[in-house]
Design a protein around this ligand. Structure first.
Ligand code: ATP
Ligand code: MG
Length: 590
């Protein structure tokens, strides 16, 4: 479609961004006021599902589409707020009938199907703690997480149960109820299980949410396992205040938006923004059951008229690999705002967005532990490509240095690298790592929550990601963030992906080594290797540029799309590979 036509249409549909005056909004912001933007339970207390579903189901947006599911085979299933209200009440009644107690853990293992979303919201209504598991997990990661989380209930499909869970039952003594989605005959043949749909059919449409307090536990999320064994981060009901507020400022939600978050609810992004935040705003979310496919994705953006799109750098890099040519075939004039999270967004990718979609991609930063977006590039602010943006209203971020005695000092001078830290106190902050109190305590010092990520802040308050503390390379007295090196390599037309590690070296301490996968039109070879080494050296200088480059078919990633540098390093050094529960396997990647 012609650029001019798209630009005119976008002007016609233009909305005023929610965050226009950054300084003023920050100065006037209070969490109490943010809390008042929500309704609260009629009898007092706060419940995520009430804010996400019930208050809209009982209000003027009751007939508005809440969730639209696009099935793998092209089928569509729609749920209005009213219908979602009734179905989530049924689910809460099912849990009540089974005698599930408040605070007990309800796990779900399923693809992006409606029952998963209904279970999440039904559990929250009932007062249980919801824990999503990524559907591609094998039996061991499932067992590990369900034991740590002492799962009382598991909601899954008959197929996944047969393939992965049945063999684990003996190892999960605390698991009392297994609710299966599938054909009744198939479920009847599986001992020790119940039919989810049958229970739902027998349950009542009405459910009065028991008074959950703002500090009651609501969600258990396991981290991505990029740097080690995944941790179980616990979140409370008042996290919804942050979900709602960040949806408003960072994702710029407006009442008529059609939103698409491409993350799976198995990861925190897919729950905080794939389920909760858009619903609290009463807008429509599109959910695609299928995995990444560039043409399918552009088709969805076009056909569903997506206005706000939240995706991840790994997906952006895959789209870049396919090229901009295909995008021109699609009418994406409704698209207004694109955001990305999960990994650093290479400057090259930000600019590619401008070329491909006529708008830059807005990077934002947060973690499973923070429960919601903490630092972001906003719709009305100029982007500095490669920067994560500025802290949300209500969030104070700083750069700190750890001293040897365990205390920390804040670095106020701009441009200095250090650990990214946040002042505790926002509502979606994790309340602990399940069964790992010591590890949790170690995250705090000197009145800061220490994120484990390294960054710097420029003179205007924009934050720049350097790398994870665990991944940073120390070479000849210099600290080198892998992101900078990977970004430089990505600027070369042949490079599709790059992962960079420090390789022990007797002279330099460590030297930079890069693993590179190539775009389809390029083949690995000595000449290209030399070209890339020279290319990086020119951009980065001799100290920071990689000394070695290996070609790989693909860079190892977590299932949530994060480059696993620890695995590249372990393989390079012939060391044990550590926890592999979240590694994306080659077949899934292809
Ligand atoms: P684990 O803690 O188990 O090693 P993880 O940290 O990858 O896994 P998540 O909580 O899913 O688990 O990811 C959060 C991390 O992802 C952040 O701490 C940061 O390192 C990275 N990240 C997220 N968004 C960005 C971003 N915009 N820029 C740079 N890094 C990001
Ligand atoms: Mg982490």
């Amino acid at each position: 479609m012609k650029r001019a036509t798209i630009e005119k249409a976008r002007r016609d549909w233009a909305v005023t961004p929610n965050l226009l005056d950054y300084e003023r909004t920050r100065a006037e912001f209070s969490w109490d006021a943010a809390r008042r933007a929500l309704e609260g339970l009629p009898g007092g207390g706060l419940n995520i599902a009430h804010e996400a579903v019930d208050r809209h189901a009982a209000g003027p947006r009751r007939d508005r589409l809440a969730l639209r599911f696009l099935g793998k085979r092209g089928e569509t299933r729609d749920f209005t707020y009213a219908r979602l209200g009734a179905l989530t009440s049924r689910c809460a009644n099912v849990l009540k009938r089974l005698g599930v107690a408040k605070g007990e853990r309800v796990f779900a293992l399923a693809g992006r199907i409606p029952e998963l979303y209904i279970s999440a919201l039904g559990t929250l209504k009932h007062g249980g703690v919801f824990c999503p598991l990524f559907s591609a997990f094998g039996p061991e990661p499932i067992r590990q997480r369900m034991s740590i989380g002492d799962g009382r209930v598991l909601i899954t499909t008959a197929m996944l149960y047969k393939r992965k869970v049945a063999e684990l039952r003996g190892a999960l003594p605390g698991l009392k109820h297994v609710l299966l989605i599938g054909a009744p005959d198939e479920i009847r043949a599986l001992p020790g299980t119940l039919d989810f749909n049958q229970l739902m059919a027998e349950a009542d449409d009405h459910f009065v949410i028991p008074p959950t307090a703002p500090e009651d536990l609501a969600l258990l999320h396991f981290t991505s396992g990029t740097t080690g064994t995944p941790k179980g981060a616990m979140h409370v009901h008042q996290a919804v205040v942050a979900h709602h507020m960040t949806g408003y400022y960072a994702l710029d939600f407006h009442p008529d938006d059609i939103f698409w978050c491409t993350a799976d609810p198995g990861w925190v992004t897919g729950a905080s923004y794939g389920i909760i935040a858009p619903l609290t705003h009463g807008i429509t979310s599109v959910i695609d059951e299928a995995e990444f496919d560039a043409e399918r994705w552009y088709g969805i953006l076009q056909e569903q008229g997506v206005t706000v799109w939240y995706t991840a750098p790994t997906a952006v890099r895959m789209m870049m690999k396919v090229g901009t040519g295909v995008i021109r075939k699609y009418d994406l004039r409704r698209l207004r705002f694109i955001a990305s999270v999960g990994e650093p967004l290479n400057p090259e990718a930000v600019l590619w967005g401008q070329d491909a979609f006529g708008m830059p991609i807005h990077d934002n930063w947060w973690q499973t532990e923070t429960g919601g977006i903490m630092i972001a590039n906003y719709a009305a602010m100029d982007i500095r490509p490669g920067s994560m943006g500025r802290p949300l209203p209500g969030i104070e971020a700083g750069i700190v240095h750890r001293r040897k005695d365990g205390t920390v000092e804040e670095v106020s001078a701009p441009g200095v690298e250090g650990e990214l830290a946040l002042r505790p106190g926002w509502p979606s902050m994790f309340r602990g790592y399940l069964h790992e109190d010591e590890r949790y305590r170690k995250c705090f010092a000197g009145g800061w929550y220490l994120t484990g990520d390294l960054a710097r802040r420029d003179a205007d308050g924009y934050f720049w990601f350097v790398g994870r503390a665990d991944d940073v390379i120390k070479s000849s007295g210099h600290l080198i963030g892998p992101f900078e090196v990977e970004s430089a390599l990505l600027e070369h037309p042949a490079v599709a992906e790059a992962g960079v590690i420090g390789k022990p070296d007797p002279v330099a301490g460590e030297v930079v080594k890069a693993f590179v996968s190539l775009k389809a039109a390029y083949a690995p070879g000595e000449q290209l290797r030399r070209e890339l080494l020279g290319f990086a050296r020119k951009r980065l200088g001799a100290v920071v540029a990689p000394k070695e480059i290996d070609f790989v078919a693909s860079v190892p990633k977590t299932r949530s799309g994060k480059i696993m540098r620890r695995l590249l390093k372990a393989r390079e050094l012939g060391l044990p590979e550590g926890d592999l529960s979240t590694v994306e396997t080659e077949t899934e990647a292809s």
